[in-house]
Write a protein that binds this ligand. Structure first.
Ligand SMILES: Cc1cc2nc3c(=O)[nH]c(=O)nc-3n(C[C@H](O)[C@H](O)[C@H](O)COP(=O)(O)OP(=O)(O)OC[C@H]3O[C@@H](n4cnc5c(N)ncnc54)[C@H](O)[C@@H]3O)c2cc1C
Length: 320
């Protein structure tokens, strides 16, 4: 069976969920060979093996931390040349997409970004994308070179599928371009203790209807009862009620959780563009004519200041 390269997103050896989802998809297309780079690369092996990686190619060097993406592209290209895979899968983060695009240019291959599903096809993997603000679903296949495909978080389940996960050192020689852009400082983001917005299985978002920064505590309370991330519409973010990094939509982040709860959000096309592929959508809005209700699986017509506290209490009580 052909091998499929899976680019691993990890923090000091802790593998992030979207990579485990990629392994599920990779197994549909071939035998997953993981590529883990940077500090803690070898520590990823046990988790990757548990989820189907037959081999784990690892490399660590100061260049990965000291410079922006090019050293990683050099390493992924080295893995590509060593393995001659049937496809290369990369998580659809901002960095992942840059790494994937640069690799595709270097190896003369077609690329598909932001896939939401992947299946085997007679002429290579077929990727599903949700396009034009999720108004259309397309299926595409790379017709030139080795398919390079980035996949959005939450596009596949995480499945246990134990495999050998043999660790092998990957030999990488860095190109001249590798040291072109140096990282000059790093400031860790303050942790909220909530899941990362783009990876969360549940997202609770607040919009203009929340009516003030202080009221976002309500949204956070509901999110915490569900173990969810907090998102916001642009109206809420532009008003300064919540950080820009939490904006969901065309000019914000794209999320695709199992459950998306929109509170006090009208459902403008630009907001929908960032959340329409969510599996189950719930809206709480006092206007029964709000466009968000065209989209929802469950809609609550009501004042969020009454509905959200009741919902939060009910969820807490059921959790016991
Ligand atoms: C180029 C461009 C890019 C954009 N990118 C984005 C983007 O990335 N993300 C984004 O979100 N927007 C984006 N926008 C803005 C978008 O067009 C909308 O203006 C925005 O999404 C509206 O946010 P909202 O739904 O919170 O506010 P509104 O449209 O004002 O809706 C507020 C809703 O809250 C409801 N409400 C009010 N009070 C209550 C209450 N007490 N209880 C329950 N419901 C209540 C109202 O009925 C209403 O439906 C973009 C716009 C442009 C032009």
């Amino acid at each position: 069976m052909a091998e499929v390269l899976v680019y691993v997103d990890h923090v000091d050896g802790a593998v992030r969920k979207p990579t485990l989802e990629l392994l599920t998809l990779a197994r549909r297309v071939g035998e997953p060979v993981a590529v883990a780079l940077g500090p803690g690369a070898e520590a990823t092996a046990a988790t990757l093996a548990e989820h189907g990686a037959t081999r784990v190619l690892t490399a660590d060097a100061a260049e990965f931390a000291d410079y922006l993406v090019v050293p990683k592209v050099d390493a992924l290209q080295a893995a590509y040349e060593a393995v001659s895979p049937a496809a290369v899968l990369v998580p659809s983060s901002a960095e992942g997409k840059e790494v994937a695009a640069r690799l595709a240019v270097r190896i003369g291959s077609g690329i598909i970004t932001d896939a939401i599903d992947l299946e085997a096809g007679d002429e290579g993997p077929v990727a599903t994308q949700s396009v034009f603000a999720a108004a259309f679903t397309t299926k595409s296949r790379v017709s030139k070179g080795t398919p390079v495909i980035t996949v959005k978080p939450n596009s596949a389940p995480v499945e246990a599928a134990p495999a050998a996960g043999a660790v092998e050192a990957l030999a990488v020689s860095f190109s001249e371009k590798a040291t072109g852009t140096k990282v000059v400082s790093r400031t860790p983001r303050e942790s909220t203790g909530r899941p990362e917005l783009t990876e969360a299985a549940i997202v609770v978002s607040g919009g203009r209807g929340v009516n003030g920064a202080e009221n976002f505590a309500l949204i956070e309370g509901l999110a915490d009862s569900l173990g969810a991330a907090v998102g916001a519409s642009r109206a809420a973010v532009d008003a300064g009620w919540y950080p820009h990094t939490s904006q969901v939509g065309q000019t914000g982040k794209s999320v695709s959780p199992q459950l998306y709860v929109a509170t006090g959000i009208s459902g403008a096309i630009q907001h929908r563009a960032g959340m329409q592929t969510s599996k189950t959508i719930v809206a709480i809005n006092k206007d029964p004519e709000a466009p968000i209700f065209d989209l929802v699986d469950y809609g609550v017509v009501g004042d969020l200041f009454e509905v959200v506290p009741q919902l939060t209490e009910e969820i807490k009580s059921r959790k016991g």
